[in-house]
Design a protein around this ligand. Structure first.
Ligand code: NDP
Ligand code: OXD
Length: 308
């Protein structure tokens, strides 16, 4: 059984060693080594070309090397090819660190301190107890729930929102469109961690962001396509929003003249909230291929109908 790997070469070197040592039954090849495209059963990739996919006539599963799968054009994937996102501890740990760092940055006023420092002003920001700060996470999947669990010990008042109903300890959970406004109304800090789908594209827009309490702040670690940029900029300028920490944009990287670069109330990072960790991801992939071979359910299989 052969796996074709088409992503980052450095990670590929580590994966090759782990596959050779721990899963010798799976032949690991790169495009340069591929002799017979029809013999490729599994593909691990970020954004494979349409031409490549057309040549892989025996493909059974496409494994994303990341947590997101919005980069794939599902309409162009043959229906029998199963699509699987990456679930591995490195991605979760990175996201938890980033989200907690971003929440604390906003909670403790570091955006204001940055502005004050540039203006040579000594300007303490009033301390708000964590319990009085309401933090909400949009998306209660593997990442959203891990972030909420990590925020709980700080004592923030936590809430979450998802499509289906969830129960998360210490978190007021909301579900579906009918409960979205109630959720938004209780987020002084909103973290976006839903996948980008037809339903969630543009979900961070004037209509939703203006339902946050006045002075609220946004953390977008989902995808740039979730955000309607001009709506957020207007709400920042009107003072309805106090700040935004954005790890994702559309496009990436942003053009040098984009207004986000110089906005004093926007902190930008270059899509680094979390990164697939080579060793744990290789083992997660091996485990999934073995599940598939054994006819068991895989971790992170995407529902084409739901779009995530
Ligand atoms: P999951 O699939 O585990 O969770 C997705 C969550 O979003 C679920 O709770 C789901 O609801 C909810 N959701 C999906 N669609 C809707 C909708 N229309 N309305 C309400 N809720 C919805 O995803 P992950 O937690 O693994 O990852 C989330 C996203 O994080 C990724 O898709 C990716 O875009 C982003 N990401 C960003 C990274 C970065 O470095 N910036 C790194 C890794 C991921 P339900 O539970 O009901 O199904
Ligand atoms: C991912 C990402 O989806 O890094 O893994 O955004």
């Amino acid at each position: 059984m052969t796996l074709l790997y088409t992503s980052d070469p450095e990670r590929g070197r580590i994966w090759r060693e782990i596959f050779a040592a721990e899963a010798p039954e799976i032949a690991f090849v790169t495009p340069e080594e591929m002799r017979d495209p029809a013999a490729i059963r599994y593909l691990a990739a970020w954004d494979p070309s349409r031409e490549l996919l057309e040549r892989l006539t025996g493909l059974q599963a496409l494994f994303s090397v990341g947590a997101g799968i919005d980069q794939f054009d599902m309409g162009k994937l043959p229906p029998q090819v199963r699509l699987v996102r990456m679930i591995e501890p490195g991605i979760v740990e990175g996201m938890v660190e980033y989200a907690c760092g971003a929440v604390l940055t906003l909670h403790r006023g570091f955006i204001d301190y940055g502005i004050a420092q540039r203006e040579h002003r000594w300007a303490p920001v009033k301390l708000v107890p964590a319990a009085a700060r309401r933090v909400g996470v949009m998306g209660l999947g593997q990442l959203g729930q891990a972030v909420l669990n990590a925020l709980r010990p700080f004592g923030f008042t936590l809430s979450g929102w998802s499509r289906s109903r969830h129960e998360v300890e210490g978190v007021t959970c909301h579900a579906g469109a009918a409960e979205m406004d109630a959720f938004l109304g209780r987020c002084d800090i909103l973290i976006c961690l839903v996948p980008l789908t037809a339903e969630t594209r543009g979900i961070l827009c004037r209509d939703t962001l203006s339902k946050l309490p006045r002075g609220a702040a946004l953390i977008n670690v989902g995808r740039g396509g979730h955000l309607v940029e001009q709506d957020m900029l207007s709400l920042l300028d009107e003072g309805h929003l106090s700040a935004a920490i954005l790890d994702v944009t559309e496009p990436e990287p942003l053009p040098p003249t984009h207004p986000f670069w110089d906005h004093p109330r926007i902190m930008l990072t270059p899509h680094v909230a979390s990164m697939t960790r080579a060793d744990s991801a290789a083992r997660a992939l091996i485990a999934n291929i073995r599940r598939l071979e054994a006819g068991e359910a895989m971790m992170g299989e995407v529902s084409r109908q739901r779009g995530y």
